[in-house]
Design a protein. Structure first.
Lengths: 180, 167
């Protein structure tokens, strides 16, 4: 027998010949296993990401086979590395070009908080310019940690309501970053 | 070893700029001398165009800040004679509040970005520079970060208060 495992169905009502669940859950399931990440790799965390994409750890197992190097096609922005203040507007522009729904993962100490670079030229965490969904600690984090962060993103995607992006809370969050 | 010794080099400089150069030292064999704002361009021109010396390569322009000195800001030129394989370092010290210096872009086009960098980090104004604006830092930075009176740390950082460390 093959030992191929497939994703479990979301919670729903099952009977003979039918299965009913909510659209949110079905869409969330489909989305979470086909996220297209945009790697924004500026330093050593990017090297760890290369290992994560390589055959040994293989992020493709989680449905993130296809990296998107155009922000317009990407679902998940993975910021890996030190972001200088001069790079801040570029990162923001990349985020603005992504279509909703979009998620952001800050990988490593520098992207999360500026890390050891507590200096005038470095952005003290990318959450100064764009909203972040998941922070991955480490300097740099191991591939397992990056995969764990990715699984956290998948959980967010699976449980997100279809209308979250039009809620006043979400609009308020974006407005606090000056994004429409 | 260079084709001309530091002594020979110093003699050729002193023949023309006897009273204009001072504080001659040779740390690690690198001839280092000081001059003033009025003579710096003449000295550089001489070193570059002299038939024997031919210091045609401008390695770097940078600056240094000594807050305790009378003349706080020092601008430092490194030039290199590729023909003779010898280098020389020239310093000009300027008083705070009067940090002006004539530009060297007339001699080397490469001085353009070096002077912009020196302006960006130390606030040295190079008179006659074609386009003196910040080059590496963000345009809206209001300080000259390598000067000692400005803090190195990012002022926006909120997680380093003593409170978080039980102090």
């Amino acid at each position: 027998m093959s030992e191929i495992q497939i994703v479990e169905a979301p919670p729903g009502i099952e009977g003979s010949g039918f299965f009913a669940t909510s659209l949110d859950k079905a869409v969330g399931l489909a989305r979470s296993y086909s996220l297209w990440p945009l790697p924004f790799a500026t330093s050593c965390c990017g090297i760890e990401f290369m290992a994560t994409m390589g055959s040994h750890y293989d992020l493709a197992r989680f449905g993130a086979e296809r990296l998107s190097f155009s922000p317009r096609q990407a679902d998940l922005l993975m910021v890996m590395g030190t972001i200088s203040k001069k790079m801040g507007p570029v990162l923001r522009q990349v985020y603005l070009q992504m279509a909703e729904p979009r998620w952001v993962m800050a990988v490593g100490a520098c992207a999360s908080s500026g890390g050891i670079f507590d200096t005038y030229s470095v952005l003290q965490g990318i959450d100064e310019v764009i909203p972040v969904d998941v922070y991955v600690p480490g300097c740099p984090p191991r591939p397992e940690a990056i995969i764990d962060g990715f699984i956290q993103i998948q959980k967010l995607v699976q449980t997100e309501s279809l209308r979250r992006r039009s809620t006043p809370e979400y609009q308020k969050l974006l407005a606090s970053y000056g994004i429409q | 070893m260079g084709k001309i010794s530091n002594e020979e080099l110093l003699n050729s400089i002193k023949a023309k700029f006897e009273s204009e150069v001072s504080n001659v030292t040779e740390p690690f064999g690198l001839l280092t001398l000081e001059t003033s704002r009025d003579n710096i361009i003449d000295l550089l021109t001489f070193l570059k165009t002299d038939e024997k010396l031919q210091f045609i390569y401008l390695t770097d322009i940078t600056a240094i800040h000594y807050p305790e000195s009378d003349k706080q800001i020092g601008v430092i030129y490194h030039i290199h004679s590729l023909v003779n394989n010898v280098r020389v370092r020239i310093k000009v010290f300027l008083a705070d509040g009067d940090v002006h210096l004539p530009t060297a872009t007339g001699l080397w086009n490469g001085a353009n970005w070096m002077e912009r960098e020196t302006y960006d980090f130390f606030g040295v104004v190079f008179d006659g520079h074609p386009d003196l604006r910040r080059i590496l830092n963000v345009d809206d930075l209001t300080v000259f970060p390598m000067r000692k009176e400005y803090p190195l740390e990012d002022p926006n950082r909120v997680d380093k208060h003593d409170f978080f460390f039980g102090r």
